[in-house]
Design a protein. Structure first.
Lengths: 243, 250
Protein backbone atom coordinates (compact mmCIF):
# COMPACT_ATOMS: atom_id res chain seq x y z
CA UNK A 1 0.00 0.00 0.00
CA UNK A 2 2.69 2.51 1.10
CA UNK A 3 5.02 1.19 -1.61
CA UNK A 4 2.35 1.90 -4.24
CA UNK A 5 1.66 5.35 -2.78
CA UNK A 6 5.37 6.16 -2.94
CA UNK A 7 5.60 4.96 -6.55
CA UNK A 8 2.52 7.04 -7.42
CA UNK A 9 4.02 10.20 -5.89
CA UNK A 10 7.38 9.64 -7.60
CA UNK A 11 5.63 9.09 -10.93
CA UNK A 12 3.74 12.36 -10.50
CA UNK A 13 7.03 14.13 -9.76
CA UNK A 14 8.57 12.69 -12.94
CA UNK A 15 5.47 13.66 -14.91
CA UNK A 16 5.97 17.34 -14.20
CA UNK A 17 9.65 17.61 -15.13
CA UNK A 18 10.61 20.31 -17.61
CA UNK A 19 9.45 19.20 -21.10
CA UNK A 20 12.05 18.46 -23.80
CA UNK A 21 10.18 20.71 -26.23
CA UNK A 22 7.07 22.62 -25.20
CA UNK A 23 5.49 22.68 -28.68
CA UNK A 24 5.40 18.86 -28.85
CA UNK A 25 3.83 18.65 -25.39
CA UNK A 26 1.33 21.40 -26.28
CA UNK A 27 0.11 19.40 -29.28
CA UNK A 28 -0.31 16.38 -27.01
CA UNK A 29 -2.24 18.45 -24.41
CA UNK A 30 -4.62 19.70 -27.13
CA UNK A 31 -5.16 16.15 -28.38
CA UNK A 32 -5.97 14.91 -24.87
CA UNK A 33 -8.29 17.86 -24.22
CA UNK A 34 -10.29 17.01 -27.33
CA UNK A 35 -10.36 13.34 -26.34
CA UNK A 36 -11.48 14.02 -22.74
CA UNK A 37 -13.73 17.01 -23.41
CA UNK A 38 -15.42 16.52 -26.77
CA UNK A 39 -15.23 12.74 -26.53
CA UNK A 40 -17.15 12.67 -23.23
CA UNK A 41 -19.71 15.37 -24.00
CA UNK A 42 -22.37 12.96 -25.28
CA UNK A 43 -22.40 10.60 -22.29
CA UNK A 44 -22.22 13.49 -19.80
CA UNK A 45 -25.13 15.26 -21.56
CA UNK A 46 -27.34 12.17 -21.50
CA UNK A 47 -26.74 11.24 -17.84
CA UNK A 48 -27.11 14.87 -16.72
CA UNK A 49 -30.50 15.34 -18.39
CA UNK A 50 -31.84 12.15 -16.84
CA UNK A 51 -30.37 12.75 -13.39
CA UNK A 52 -31.78 16.31 -13.29
CA UNK A 53 -35.20 15.06 -14.31
CA UNK A 54 -35.18 12.19 -11.80
CA UNK A 55 -33.92 14.46 -8.98
CA UNK A 56 -36.80 16.88 -9.63
CA UNK A 57 -39.46 14.15 -9.79
CA UNK A 58 -38.25 12.47 -6.59
CA UNK A 59 -37.91 15.74 -4.70
CA UNK A 60 -41.42 16.73 -5.77
CA UNK A 61 -42.73 13.31 -4.69
CA UNK A 62 -41.26 13.70 -1.21
CA UNK A 63 -41.91 17.39 -0.53
CA UNK A 64 -45.14 18.37 -2.21
CA UNK A 65 -47.63 19.28 0.50
CA UNK A 66 -49.79 22.24 1.32
CA UNK A 67 -47.36 23.35 4.02
CA UNK A 68 -44.24 23.55 1.78
CA UNK A 69 -43.86 26.13 -0.99
CA UNK A 70 -43.47 24.45 -4.39
CA UNK A 71 -40.43 26.58 -5.18
CA UNK A 72 -38.48 24.37 -2.73
CA UNK A 73 -38.30 21.66 -5.41
CA UNK A 74 -36.30 23.94 -7.72
CA UNK A 75 -33.97 24.98 -4.87
CA UNK A 76 -33.26 21.42 -3.76
CA UNK A 77 -32.74 20.20 -7.32
CA UNK A 78 -30.31 23.07 -7.94
CA UNK A 79 -28.29 22.47 -4.79
CA UNK A 80 -28.14 18.70 -5.13
CA UNK A 81 -27.25 18.94 -8.82
CA UNK A 82 -24.49 21.49 -8.29
CA UNK A 83 -23.13 19.98 -5.10
CA UNK A 84 -23.34 16.29 -5.77
CA UNK A 85 -25.01 14.89 -8.85
CA UNK A 86 -23.12 16.78 -11.55
CA UNK A 87 -19.56 16.63 -10.19
CA UNK A 88 -19.69 13.20 -8.55
CA UNK A 89 -21.88 11.18 -10.91
CA UNK A 90 -20.15 12.74 -13.94
CA UNK A 91 -16.76 11.89 -12.43
CA UNK A 92 -17.79 8.30 -11.74
CA UNK A 93 -18.98 7.93 -15.33
CA UNK A 94 -15.84 9.64 -16.65
CA UNK A 95 -13.65 7.30 -14.59
CA UNK A 96 -15.19 4.48 -16.60
CA UNK A 97 -14.98 6.21 -19.95
CA UNK A 98 -11.82 8.33 -19.80
CA UNK A 99 -9.88 6.56 -17.04
CA UNK A 100 -10.11 3.07 -18.47
CA UNK A 101 -9.09 4.37 -21.92
CA UNK A 102 -6.04 6.11 -20.43
CA UNK A 103 -4.94 3.06 -18.42
CA UNK A 104 -5.39 0.78 -21.45
CA UNK A 105 -3.56 3.15 -23.79
CA UNK A 106 -0.54 3.58 -21.52
CA UNK A 107 -0.60 -0.09 -20.51
CA UNK A 108 -0.60 -1.20 -24.15
CA UNK A 109 2.31 1.15 -24.84
CA UNK A 110 4.16 -0.47 -21.93
CA UNK A 111 3.65 -4.08 -23.02
CA UNK A 112 4.46 -3.31 -26.68
CA UNK A 113 7.74 -1.60 -25.64
CA UNK A 114 6.61 1.82 -26.93
CA UNK A 115 7.43 3.35 -23.51
CA UNK A 116 10.89 1.72 -23.67
CA UNK A 117 11.31 3.27 -27.13
CA UNK A 118 10.50 6.71 -25.70
CA UNK A 119 13.01 6.24 -22.88
CA UNK A 120 15.75 5.05 -25.24
CA UNK A 121 15.25 8.22 -27.31
CA UNK A 122 15.86 10.30 -24.16
CA UNK A 123 12.21 11.32 -23.76
CA UNK A 124 10.85 11.66 -20.22
CA UNK A 125 8.09 9.07 -20.80
CA UNK A 126 5.95 9.96 -17.73
CA UNK A 127 6.11 13.63 -18.70
CA UNK A 128 5.19 13.04 -22.32
CA UNK A 129 2.44 10.49 -21.62
CA UNK A 130 0.95 11.46 -18.27
CA UNK A 131 1.24 15.25 -17.80
CA UNK A 132 -0.89 16.08 -20.90
CA UNK A 133 -3.58 13.69 -19.60
CA UNK A 134 -3.60 15.27 -16.13
CA UNK A 135 -3.70 18.80 -17.58
CA UNK A 136 -6.55 17.77 -19.89
CA UNK A 137 -8.37 16.18 -16.93
CA UNK A 138 -8.16 19.15 -14.57
CA UNK A 139 -9.24 21.59 -17.29
CA UNK A 140 -11.85 19.66 -19.26
CA UNK A 141 -13.65 17.79 -16.46
CA UNK A 142 -14.65 21.08 -14.72
CA UNK A 143 -15.97 22.33 -18.07
CA UNK A 144 -17.91 19.09 -18.51
CA UNK A 145 -19.31 19.52 -15.00
CA UNK A 146 -20.50 23.05 -15.89
CA UNK A 147 -22.27 21.60 -18.94
CA UNK A 148 -23.64 18.83 -16.72
CA UNK A 149 -25.08 21.34 -14.22
CA UNK A 150 -26.77 23.29 -17.02
CA UNK A 151 -28.25 20.15 -18.58
CA UNK A 152 -29.22 18.68 -15.18
CA UNK A 153 -31.25 21.76 -14.35
CA UNK A 154 -32.73 21.69 -17.87
CA UNK A 155 -33.68 18.05 -17.26
CA UNK A 156 -35.50 19.16 -14.10
CA UNK A 157 -37.34 21.83 -16.08
CA UNK A 158 -38.41 19.28 -18.69
CA UNK A 159 -39.63 16.94 -15.89
CA UNK A 160 -41.74 19.76 -14.39
CA UNK A 161 -43.16 20.65 -17.79
CA UNK A 162 -44.00 17.04 -18.58
CA UNK A 163 -45.36 15.94 -15.20
CA UNK A 164 -47.18 19.03 -13.86
CA UNK A 165 -46.22 18.08 -10.28
CA UNK A 166 -44.61 21.49 -9.99
CA UNK A 167 -45.22 24.35 -12.42
CA UNK A 168 -42.26 25.45 -14.50
CA UNK A 169 -42.61 28.94 -13.05
CA UNK A 170 -42.29 27.61 -9.50
CA UNK A 171 -39.33 25.50 -10.56
CA UNK A 172 -37.54 28.46 -12.15
CA UNK A 173 -38.25 30.69 -9.15
CA UNK A 174 -36.87 27.94 -6.89
CA UNK A 175 -33.67 27.79 -8.94
CA UNK A 176 -32.98 31.48 -8.38
CA UNK A 177 -34.18 31.83 -4.77
CA UNK A 178 -31.58 31.80 -2.00
CA UNK A 179 -28.61 30.84 -4.12
CA UNK A 180 -25.45 30.48 -2.01
CA UNK A 181 -22.29 30.98 -4.16
CA UNK A 182 -20.31 28.61 -1.89
CA UNK A 183 -21.94 25.64 -3.60
CA UNK A 184 -20.46 26.76 -6.93
CA UNK A 185 -17.00 26.93 -5.30
CA UNK A 186 -17.45 23.46 -3.81
CA UNK A 187 -18.55 22.15 -7.20
CA UNK A 188 -15.46 23.65 -8.89
CA UNK A 189 -13.07 22.24 -6.26
CA UNK A 190 -14.67 18.82 -6.58
CA UNK A 191 -14.51 18.85 -10.38
CA UNK A 192 -10.82 19.83 -10.47
CA UNK A 193 -9.94 17.25 -7.78
CA UNK A 194 -11.87 14.49 -9.52
CA UNK A 195 -10.19 15.37 -12.83
CA UNK A 196 -6.79 14.96 -11.19
CA UNK A 197 -7.77 11.75 -9.39
CA UNK A 198 -9.14 10.01 -12.50
CA UNK A 199 -6.26 10.90 -14.83
CA UNK A 200 -3.40 10.38 -12.40
CA UNK A 201 -4.60 7.09 -10.88
CA UNK A 202 -5.49 5.51 -14.24
CA UNK A 203 -2.21 6.69 -15.82
CA UNK A 204 -0.30 5.23 -12.87
CA UNK A 205 -2.07 1.89 -13.24
CA UNK A 206 -1.28 1.80 -16.97
CA UNK A 207 2.32 2.94 -16.62
CA UNK A 208 3.36 0.09 -14.32
CA UNK A 209 1.66 -2.78 -16.17
CA UNK A 210 3.73 -5.94 -16.32
CA UNK A 211 2.82 -8.75 -18.68
CA UNK A 212 0.48 -8.82 -21.65
CA UNK A 213 -3.03 -7.97 -22.82
CA UNK A 214 -4.65 -9.68 -19.80
CA UNK A 215 -2.71 -7.45 -17.40
CA UNK A 216 -3.57 -4.35 -19.47
CA UNK A 217 -7.28 -5.15 -18.99
CA UNK A 218 -6.74 -5.74 -15.28
CA UNK A 219 -4.87 -2.44 -14.94
CA UNK A 220 -7.77 -0.59 -16.59
CA UNK A 221 -10.22 -2.24 -14.17
CA UNK A 222 -7.98 -1.40 -11.19
CA UNK A 223 -7.67 2.17 -12.41
CA UNK A 224 -11.45 2.60 -12.60
CA UNK A 225 -12.08 0.95 -9.22
CA UNK A 226 -9.42 3.00 -7.41
CA UNK A 227 -10.56 6.19 -9.15
CA UNK A 228 -14.16 5.60 -8.03
CA UNK A 229 -13.07 4.93 -4.44
CA UNK A 230 -10.86 8.02 -4.37
CA UNK A 231 -13.56 10.18 -5.99
CA UNK A 232 -15.98 9.25 -3.20
CA UNK A 233 -13.29 9.74 -0.54
CA UNK A 234 -12.37 13.20 -1.93
CA UNK A 235 -16.09 14.00 -2.18
CA UNK A 236 -16.45 13.36 1.54
CA UNK A 237 -13.33 15.32 2.50
CA UNK A 238 -14.18 18.34 0.31
CA UNK A 239 -17.79 18.41 1.51
CA UNK A 240 -16.66 18.24 5.13
CA UNK A 241 -14.03 20.95 4.73
CA UNK A 242 -15.88 23.44 2.55
CA UNK A 243 -19.51 23.20 3.70
CA UNK B 1 32.99 2.14 -28.80
CA UNK B 2 30.96 0.61 -25.99
CA UNK B 3 32.60 -1.14 -23.06
CA UNK B 4 30.79 -3.18 -20.46
CA UNK B 5 32.75 -4.06 -17.37
CA UNK B 6 31.85 -6.85 -14.95
CA UNK B 7 28.09 -6.37 -15.31
CA UNK B 8 25.83 -8.23 -12.90
CA UNK B 9 22.05 -8.10 -12.87
CA UNK B 10 19.84 -9.69 -10.25
CA UNK B 11 16.03 -9.83 -10.11
CA UNK B 12 15.12 -10.77 -6.54
CA UNK B 13 16.94 -14.05 -5.89
CA UNK B 14 17.52 -14.71 -9.58
CA UNK B 15 21.00 -13.71 -10.78
CA UNK B 16 20.56 -13.29 -14.55
CA UNK B 17 23.93 -11.75 -15.50
CA UNK B 18 27.09 -12.87 -13.77
CA UNK B 19 29.99 -10.55 -14.38
CA UNK B 20 29.99 -9.90 -18.12
CA UNK B 21 32.82 -7.88 -19.65
CA UNK B 22 32.98 -7.03 -23.35
CA UNK B 23 33.92 -4.33 -25.83
CA UNK B 24 31.88 -3.43 -28.93
CA UNK B 25 33.81 -1.71 -31.71
CA UNK B 26 32.32 0.80 -34.21
CA UNK B 27 31.70 -0.30 -37.81
CA UNK B 28 31.25 -3.93 -36.76
CA UNK B 29 28.18 -6.09 -36.28
CA UNK B 30 28.47 -7.15 -32.64
CA UNK B 31 26.16 -10.06 -31.93
CA UNK B 32 25.02 -11.30 -28.54
CA UNK B 33 23.79 -14.86 -28.90
CA UNK B 34 22.57 -17.50 -26.49
CA UNK B 35 19.67 -19.75 -25.65
CA UNK B 36 16.38 -18.61 -24.15
CA UNK B 37 16.92 -17.33 -20.61
CA UNK B 38 20.67 -16.92 -21.08
CA UNK B 39 20.40 -13.18 -20.28
CA UNK B 40 21.03 -11.61 -23.70
CA UNK B 41 18.02 -9.28 -23.71
CA UNK B 42 18.71 -8.36 -20.07
CA UNK B 43 22.29 -7.50 -21.05
CA UNK B 44 21.04 -5.33 -23.93
CA UNK B 45 18.61 -3.54 -21.58
CA UNK B 46 21.43 -2.97 -19.08
CA UNK B 47 23.58 -1.45 -21.82
CA UNK B 48 20.89 1.00 -23.02
CA UNK B 49 19.78 1.88 -19.48
CA UNK B 50 16.34 0.25 -19.45
CA UNK B 51 17.65 -1.87 -16.56
CA UNK B 52 20.21 -0.65 -14.06
CA UNK B 53 23.02 -3.17 -13.55
CA UNK B 54 23.22 -4.50 -9.99
CA UNK B 55 26.99 -4.16 -10.28
CA UNK B 56 29.41 -3.18 -13.03
CA UNK B 57 29.67 -0.37 -15.54
CA UNK B 58 28.63 0.54 -19.07
CA UNK B 59 30.86 3.04 -20.85
CA UNK B 60 29.98 4.85 -24.09
CA UNK B 61 33.12 6.32 -25.71
CA UNK B 62 34.79 6.90 -22.34
CA UNK B 63 31.67 8.26 -20.61
CA UNK B 64 30.40 6.16 -17.74
CA UNK B 65 26.68 5.76 -18.56
CA UNK B 66 25.86 3.75 -15.42
CA UNK B 67 26.59 6.58 -13.00
CA UNK B 68 24.64 9.24 -14.92
CA UNK B 69 21.21 10.55 -13.94
CA UNK B 70 18.33 10.97 -16.42
CA UNK B 71 19.35 14.46 -17.60
CA UNK B 72 23.01 13.50 -18.03
CA UNK B 73 22.01 10.48 -20.11
CA UNK B 74 19.94 12.48 -22.62
CA UNK B 75 22.90 13.59 -24.84
CA UNK B 76 24.03 9.94 -25.13
CA UNK B 77 20.51 8.66 -25.63
CA UNK B 78 19.96 11.01 -28.57
CA UNK B 79 22.89 9.19 -30.20
CA UNK B 80 21.27 5.80 -29.65
CA UNK B 81 18.96 4.14 -32.16
CA UNK B 82 17.14 0.99 -31.20
CA UNK B 83 15.07 -1.54 -33.10
CA UNK B 84 12.80 -3.50 -30.77
CA UNK B 85 11.69 -7.09 -31.19
CA UNK B 86 8.13 -6.00 -32.06
CA UNK B 87 9.32 -2.75 -33.67
CA UNK B 88 7.60 -0.63 -30.94
CA UNK B 89 6.24 1.88 -33.45
CA UNK B 90 3.85 4.45 -31.98
CA UNK B 91 0.39 3.21 -33.01
CA UNK B 92 -1.23 6.64 -33.03
CA UNK B 93 1.34 8.09 -35.48
CA UNK B 94 1.90 7.56 -39.18
CA UNK B 95 5.17 6.12 -40.48
CA UNK B 96 6.43 9.64 -41.20
CA UNK B 97 5.41 10.95 -37.77
CA UNK B 98 7.17 8.00 -36.13
CA UNK B 99 10.41 8.84 -37.93
CA UNK B 100 10.07 12.57 -37.31
CA UNK B 101 9.23 12.15 -33.61
CA UNK B 102 12.82 12.27 -32.24
CA UNK B 103 13.64 15.07 -34.69
CA UNK B 104 10.66 17.09 -33.38
CA UNK B 105 11.85 16.71 -29.80
CA UNK B 106 15.60 17.05 -30.08
CA UNK B 107 16.40 19.18 -33.12
CA UNK B 108 15.53 22.68 -34.31
CA UNK B 109 15.11 21.61 -37.93
CA UNK B 110 12.33 23.14 -40.02
CA UNK B 111 9.35 21.02 -41.00
CA UNK B 112 10.64 20.56 -44.56
CA UNK B 113 14.08 19.51 -43.30
CA UNK B 114 12.48 16.94 -41.04
CA UNK B 115 10.31 15.67 -43.87
CA UNK B 116 13.37 15.41 -46.12
CA UNK B 117 15.16 13.41 -43.45
CA UNK B 118 12.13 11.11 -43.01
CA UNK B 119 11.97 10.58 -46.79
CA UNK B 120 15.70 9.82 -46.90
CA UNK B 121 15.41 7.29 -44.06
CA UNK B 122 12.42 5.63 -45.74
CA UNK B 123 14.26 5.42 -49.07
CA UNK B 124 17.24 3.93 -47.23
CA UNK B 125 15.06 1.07 -45.97
CA UNK B 126 13.26 0.69 -49.32
CA UNK B 127 9.93 2.07 -48.11
CA UNK B 128 9.73 5.29 -50.12
CA UNK B 129 6.19 6.62 -50.40
CA UNK B 130 4.82 4.81 -47.33
CA UNK B 131 4.89 8.02 -45.27
CA UNK B 132 1.17 8.27 -44.52
CA UNK B 133 0.52 4.66 -43.53
CA UNK B 134 -0.16 3.71 -39.92
CA UNK B 135 1.72 0.82 -38.22
CA UNK B 136 -1.48 -1.29 -38.29
CA UNK B 137 -1.36 -1.14 -42.11
CA UNK B 138 2.19 -2.55 -42.34
CA UNK B 139 3.47 -6.12 -42.54
CA UNK B 140 5.95 -7.45 -39.95
CA UNK B 141 8.93 -6.89 -42.26
CA UNK B 142 7.79 -3.36 -43.12
CA UNK B 143 7.40 -2.55 -39.42
CA UNK B 144 10.98 -3.69 -38.80
CA UNK B 145 12.20 -1.48 -41.63
CA UNK B 146 10.24 1.52 -40.32
CA UNK B 147 11.75 0.75 -36.89
CA UNK B 148 15.21 0.89 -38.49
CA UNK B 149 14.31 4.12 -40.31
CA UNK B 150 13.24 5.68 -36.99
CA UNK B 151 16.38 4.37 -35.29
CA UNK B 152 18.67 6.01 -37.88
CA UNK B 153 16.69 9.27 -38.18
CA UNK B 154 18.94 11.02 -35.63
CA UNK B 155 22.11 9.67 -37.30
CA UNK B 156 23.00 7.54 -34.27
CA UNK B 157 26.50 6.54 -33.19
CA UNK B 158 25.12 3.41 -31.52
CA UNK B 159 22.51 1.03 -32.91
CA UNK B 160 20.88 -1.67 -30.76
CA UNK B 161 18.76 -4.37 -32.29
CA UNK B 162 16.70 -6.89 -30.32
CA UNK B 163 15.81 -10.09 -32.21
CA UNK B 164 15.61 -8.50 -35.69
CA UNK B 165 14.44 -11.74 -37.36
CA UNK B 166 11.71 -12.85 -34.99
CA UNK B 167 8.46 -13.50 -36.84
CA UNK B 168 9.96 -12.88 -40.28
CA UNK B 169 10.29 -15.23 -43.26
CA UNK B 170 13.86 -16.28 -44.24
CA UNK B 171 14.06 -13.90 -47.23
CA UNK B 172 12.92 -10.85 -45.23
CA UNK B 173 15.24 -11.88 -42.38
CA UNK B 174 18.22 -11.80 -44.72
CA UNK B 175 17.15 -8.40 -46.09
CA UNK B 176 16.93 -6.97 -42.56
CA UNK B 177 20.34 -8.44 -41.64
CA UNK B 178 21.91 -6.98 -44.78
CA UNK B 179 20.34 -3.61 -44.08
CA UNK B 180 21.71 -3.56 -40.52
CA UNK B 181 25.13 -4.60 -41.78
CA UNK B 182 25.16 -1.95 -44.56
CA UNK B 183 24.14 0.83 -42.17
CA UNK B 184 26.77 -0.25 -39.64
CA UNK B 185 29.57 -0.05 -42.19
CA UNK B 186 28.23 2.99 -44.10
CA UNK B 187 27.96 5.24 -41.03
CA UNK B 188 30.54 3.44 -38.86
CA UNK B 189 27.93 2.79 -36.19
CA UNK B 190 28.60 0.65 -33.11
CA UNK B 191 25.92 -1.98 -33.62
CA UNK B 192 24.86 -4.53 -31.02
CA UNK B 193 22.41 -7.22 -32.18
CA UNK B 194 20.73 -9.71 -29.87
CA UNK B 195 19.72 -12.80 -31.80
CA UNK B 196 19.42 -16.55 -31.76
CA UNK B 197 19.03 -16.78 -35.53
CA UNK B 198 21.89 -18.85 -36.95
CA UNK B 199 21.60 -17.26 -40.40
CA UNK B 200 22.32 -13.88 -38.81
CA UNK B 201 25.20 -15.33 -36.82
CA UNK B 202 26.83 -16.84 -39.90
CA UNK B 203 25.88 -13.97 -42.20
CA UNK B 204 26.79 -10.78 -40.33
CA UNK B 205 28.52 -11.84 -37.11
CA UNK B 206 31.79 -9.85 -37.18
CA UNK B 207 32.08 -10.10 -33.42
CA UNK B 208 30.03 -12.62 -31.45
CA UNK B 209 29.51 -13.04 -27.73
CA UNK B 210 27.89 -16.28 -26.61
CA UNK B 211 26.07 -16.12 -23.29
CA UNK B 212 25.33 -19.25 -21.31
CA UNK B 213 23.74 -19.30 -17.83
CA UNK B 214 24.30 -15.56 -17.49
CA UNK B 215 28.04 -15.71 -18.22
CA UNK B 216 30.12 -14.87 -21.26
CA UNK B 217 30.96 -18.38 -22.45
CA UNK B 218 32.71 -17.65 -25.73
CA UNK B 219 33.80 -14.69 -27.87
CA UNK B 220 34.92 -14.63 -31.49
CA UNK B 221 33.77 -14.12 -35.09
CA UNK B 222 31.50 -16.08 -37.44
CA UNK B 223 34.60 -17.50 -39.10
CA UNK B 224 35.85 -18.89 -35.82
CA UNK B 225 32.53 -20.29 -34.64
CA UNK B 226 32.64 -23.37 -36.89
CA UNK B 227 36.06 -24.36 -35.58
CA UNK B 228 35.40 -23.95 -31.88
CA UNK B 229 35.47 -26.91 -29.56
CA UNK B 230 33.38 -25.14 -26.95
CA UNK B 231 30.79 -27.79 -26.08
CA UNK B 232 27.93 -25.48 -25.05
CA UNK B 233 28.42 -23.25 -28.08
CA UNK B 234 28.50 -26.25 -30.40
CA UNK B 235 25.32 -27.59 -28.81
CA UNK B 236 23.66 -24.22 -29.39
CA UNK B 237 24.88 -23.39 -32.90
CA UNK B 238 24.75 -26.88 -34.35
CA UNK B 239 21.53 -27.97 -32.68
CA UNK B 240 19.69 -28.52 -35.98
CA UNK B 241 20.53 -31.41 -38.40
CA UNK B 242 20.93 -28.81 -41.17
CA UNK B 243 23.62 -26.92 -39.27
CA UNK B 244 25.38 -30.19 -38.36
CA UNK B 245 25.37 -31.18 -42.03
CA UNK B 246 26.66 -27.75 -43.02
CA UNK B 247 29.49 -28.06 -40.49
CA UNK B 248 30.39 -31.54 -41.73
CA UNK B 249 30.66 -30.27 -45.29
CA UNK B 250 33.13 -27.53 -44.32
Amino acid sequence: MFHSLGKYILLLRLSFRKPEKFSVYWAEIMREMVSVGIGSLGIVAIISLFIGAVATIQTAFQLISDFIPKTVVGGITRDSTILEFSPTISALVLAGRVGSAMASQIGTMRVTEQIDALEIMGVNAPGYLISPKIIAGVTMIPLLVIVSVGLGLTGGYIACWASNDVSTNDYLRGLTDGFNPVIATVCAVKAISFGFVITSICSYQGFYVNGGSLEVGQSATRGVVWSCIMILFCDLIISRLLL
Amino acid sequence: MIEIQDVYKTFGENEVLKGITATFQPGKNNLIIGGSGSGKTTLLKCIVGLHEPTKGEVIFDGENFTHMNFEQRVPIRTQIGMLFQNSALFDSMTVEQNIMFPLNLFTDQSKSEKQDRANFCLERVNLAGKNKLYPSELSGGMKKRVGIARAISMQPKYLFVDEPNSGLDPVTSILIDELISELTQEYSITTVVVTHDMNSVMGIGDHIIFLHQGKKWWEGSNKEIAKTDNKELNNFVFASPFMRAAKASL
